[in-house]
Ligand binder design. Structure first.
Ligand code: ADP
Ligand code: MG
Ligand code: ZN
Length: 456
């Protein structure tokens, strides 16, 4: 990449699945509901309406902060962020400016580096996690633009990373890990198609000649807005890197701006010149008292076992390979399913006196490779598994019949074998296996054929 090193930071929005909205009693589940049916004076921004903060949303933001190894700030407050856009009925968004609920966190990603065949781990810092409200939704049609305010005021968590990334693959891995963490916490579906997880990468390039990492940030950055798939985030970043290198090579500086991503063409396009914080005229929200959290309250919010912790437990305590442990833990339901089977199976094999070297790995293989459907209830899964482990009963009569037929039809191979061409028997075994449709082990077939020919 010549001497240009990408600098990438992320802003991620997560819509919380609380039952009510952030500052009013309206239902927060707006998906598929008729437009403007879940609204009230508060989320429509009527003058005089008073917001009341949603306790659950605050608790869940703290939970996210904890899961991302953040410091939870015992004092926090809401601020008004002003801008004019038709999806924002009040003319300002209630957000958090200088006192976010959580800050100074980090997320570690781990992945198998195929080239080195080694486990690689990297840490990316989280700058802040704050709580705000979502906006309404604009619906563009040929007759004009309509607004649906059902989404207006739905709790929205913004997670901001430090500009620690230098390539789009790490960004994708980080976002995938973050999505799994959020789903484990049960605070959001983090579903990009439904818009409950939205991502904005910020990209710039710094010039670097020596091997020593240049720490100074470039004096510009380009933000790509509202991308709704991990693949598109990667594409948008890669496109921006190429585009910006071209500009820098001409001795110019790319414009600091907000760009959109065209999914069909795989390119970014200019949307608007980026606002500065001062343009938002932030000031403390006067209608909501500041948040003060006691230690007792913060301690009562407990983080469940996280995906990466499960991976570590599976590998170190259950002796499962990293690859399978990773796949099993991407979906908490699948991990729970695996663990249920794992516990039950271990007692069963003790009872049945079965000797299996590494039962956990065996189950992991069966689930990951879909050898048995993971739709089955655990008990049925185990029955199938045990059935598969038992040596197969062979229909002796059928086998004999098939062998007789194959030997008769392949006299030449039989003769060859008798003359000492040992390999000829493998051809006969193959023929029998084909007729038996694989329902018998090759070893048994070979033994039976040998017996027969030697008897003759
Ligand atoms: P803004 O106030 O414009 O939103 P911030 O400083 O809050 O900018 O940063 C927003 C995001 O941009 C963060 O994720 C941060 O890591 C990232 N960022 C900051 N500077 C750069 C840069 N020079 N290049 C790429 N990303 C950057
Ligand atoms: Mg920003
Ligand atoms: Zn409302």
């Amino acid at each position: 990449m010549d001497n240009y090193q990408p600098v990438i930071g992320l802003e991620i929005h997560i819509e919380l699945k609380t039952s009510s909205k952030m500052f009013c009693q309206c239902s927060a589940s707006y998906f598929g509901k008729p437009a403007n049916t879940q609204v009230c004076p508060v989320c429509l921004g009527m003058p005089g309406a008073l917001p009341v903060a949603n306790k659950k949303a605050i608790e869940w933001t703290i939970l996210i902060g904890k899961a991302l190894n953040c410091q939870i700030n015992s004092f926090s407050k809401f601020d008004r962020k002003h801008y004019f856009y038709p999806d924002l009925p009040k003319g300002y968004q209630i957000s958090q400016y200088d006192e976010p609920i959580a800050s100074h966190g980090w997320v570690e990603i781990a992945y198998k580096d195929q080239a080195k065949n080694a486990l690689t781990k990297k840490i990316f810092r989280i700058r802040r996690v704050h709580l705000e409200e979502d906006t309404g939704k604009l619906i563009h049609s040929k007759n004009g633009t309509l607004i649906d305010f059902n989404r207006s005021g739905v709790p929205l968590v913004e997670i901001v990373t430090e500009p620690d990334f230098d390539n789009s693959d790490d960004v994708k891995r980080f976002l995938e890990e973050l999505q799994v963490i959020i789903r484990y916490l049960g605070v959001s579906d983090a579903d990009m198609e439904k818009g409950t997880m939205r991502m904005e990468p910020n990209i710039s390039l710094r010039y670097q000649i020596s091997k020593i990492k240049n720490q100074k940030l470039p004096n510009y950055k380009v933000e790509v807005k509202n991308i709704n798939s991990f693949r598109f985030v990667k594409q948008a970043i890669d496109y921006e890197i190429k585009r910006q290198i071209e500009i820098l090579k001409e001795g110019k500086t790319p414009l600091q701006e907000t760009r959109g991503f065209d999914e069909k063409k795989g390119i970014t396009y200019s949307q608007r010149i980026k606002e500065k914080a001062s343009d938002y005229r932030y000031f403390p929200e006067p209608d909501i008292p500041p948040l003060v959290f006691t230690k007792k309250y913060l301690d009562s919010i407990k983080v469940p076992e996280l995906p990466w912790q499960k991976v570590e437990r599976y590998v170190s305590l259950l002796g499962i390979r990293y690859e399978e442990a990773f796949i099993l833990t991407r979906d908490k339901n699948l991990a729970d399913y695996f663990e249920k089977i794992n516990t039950k199976f271990k007692t069963q094999i003790a009872n049945l006196n079965l000797k299996i070297q590494n039962p956990s790995q065996l189950i992991a293989n069966y689930i990951v490779n879909k050898k048995i459907s993971s739709q089955l209830p655990p008990d049925e899964f185990i029955n199938k598994l045990i059935e598969n482990l038992r040596p197969k009963e062979v229909d002796k009569n059928l086998l004999e019949e098939v062998i007789n037929k194959v030997l008769k039809e392949n006299q030449k191979a039989v003769l060859d074998y008798k003359k000492g061409k040992v390999n000829a028997i493998m051809f006969l075994v193959g023929q029998v296996m084909r007729e038996m449709k694989g329902k018998v082990e090759a070893k048994i077939v070979k033994e039976e054929i040998e017996k027969k020919i030697n008897k003759k």
